[in-house]
Design a binder for this molecule. Structure first.
Ligand code: TRP
Length: 337
């Protein structure tokens, strides 16, 4: 039986934080050890350029993200772990797909529409002000990432569902014109993966600047956890765990019986100071072994690079012959052998 291809990309802007870990990294590492699937995980560095024009940031983020995934024990013997830009066939495919994608489809993309809405709100004359073609056609690049490897399942956050649907549309259009080349991908949304609250109580996200980076040194981690916003209930007063950021984060790490115990301590009026200590100890214990590996990896970028090159080789063993076939299907090939 052919193994299912599971594929997901991580945009290389920013430093991985606790929210990324429970939402994406942890489930992906678990899946990398599942022998029934072939996971493709890649650093989406071309996607990074859409949001970030600071070369050093993109470079550092690629390094940090790769080191993070390896530090948590990504099984690179089963998973194909690579950098998008090391597979130039993805860019070639992007153009082939661009030429069958209706502009109207892109007009409907959420990210583009949100940028236009922002301009309209600020009474801009030009609704497209500040919007690059990169942002506008971003769903096509993402479709190429997915279709290049005929991925069946694409684990993503809810905000990305529309992009997977667009990839299906684009694949269908290409298949209709040029023959059956692409599998139609499906989004996989895991409702069980937690979304963590950040320092200010809103969803933990780079864009809110409220994150707790994964591999802060202990002292810094402690400081950040102490900063998480709580209400003003006094020690001894019963507290409601539902909707409490500290509890939500604890729940994403601890076992069900540990969570039940903390729930009781909330009812008994645990102080916020104590709860913060409990949370810090738990997360710190959980993360310390990976943090040590991470620090070692950051000192050995050569090792990380080797892993990525190996991944790129595995990926290109597929993409090189596939793009050749796709080019031929659209009428681009040598005139004589
Ligand atoms: N756009 C995705 C995000 O911001 C990252 C990404 C790029 C991706 N290419 C992909 C995810 C292909 C899944 C499949 O989260």
């Amino acid at each position: 039986m052919n193994k299912a291809i599971v594929l997901t990309g991580i945009t290389t802007t920013g430093t991985p934080h606790l929210g990324n870990y429970v939402g994406a990294i942890r489930p992906a590492i678990a899946a990398s050890k599942n022998a029934n699937v072939t996971p493709f995980y890649f650093l989406a560095d071309y996607h990074a350029l859409i949001k970030c024009q600071e070369p050093e940031k993109v470079r550092l983020s690629s390094l940090e993200i790769a080191a993070t995934w390896l530090a948590f024990g990504l099984d690179t013997s089963n998973a194909v772990f690579y950098r998008q830009s090391d597979v130039p066939e993805i860019m070639e495919l992007t153009w082939l797909l661009t030429c069958v994608t209706a502009k109207g489809l892109m007009n409907r993309a959420h990210a583009y529409k949100a940028a236009v809405a922002d301009n309209e709100l600020s009474n801009e004359n030009d609704p497209d002000k500040g919007i690059t073609m990169g942002l506008f056609s971003y769903p096509i690049l993402m479709a190429a990432d997915i279709l290049m490897f005929n991925a069946n399942k694409v684990p993503v956050g809810k905000d990305q569902i529309q992009h997977i649907e667009m990839a299906r549309d684009i694949a269908g259009r290409f298949n209709h014109i040029y023959g059956d080349h692409f599998a139609l991908p499906e989004a996989v949304i895991d409702d069980n993966t937690a979304t963590l609250a950040g320092l200010d109580g809103r969803k933990m996200s780079k864009s809110y600047n409220n994150t707790i980076p994964l591999f802060e040194p202990e002292k810094k981690l402690k400081k950040l956890i102490n900063k998480i916003k709580t209400n003003s209930l006094e020690p001894g007063e019963p507290k409601d765990p539902e909707g409490c950021s500290l509890f939500g984060i604890y729940q994403a790490f601890a076992t069900p019986s540990e969570v039940a115990e903390i729930r009781q301590r909330y009812a008994q009026g645990i102080s916020w100071g104590e709860m913060k200590q409990v949370l810090f100890d738990y997360i710190n214990d959980h993360i310390t072994p990976a943090r040590e590996r991470y620090e070692a990896l950051m000192q050995a970028p050569q090792h990380i690079e080797e892993q990525l090159q190996e991944g790129a080789q595995k990926a290109r063993a597929i993409s090189v012959p596939f793009i050749k076939r796709l080019r031929e299907s659209v009428g681009i090939s040598r005139i004589a052998p």
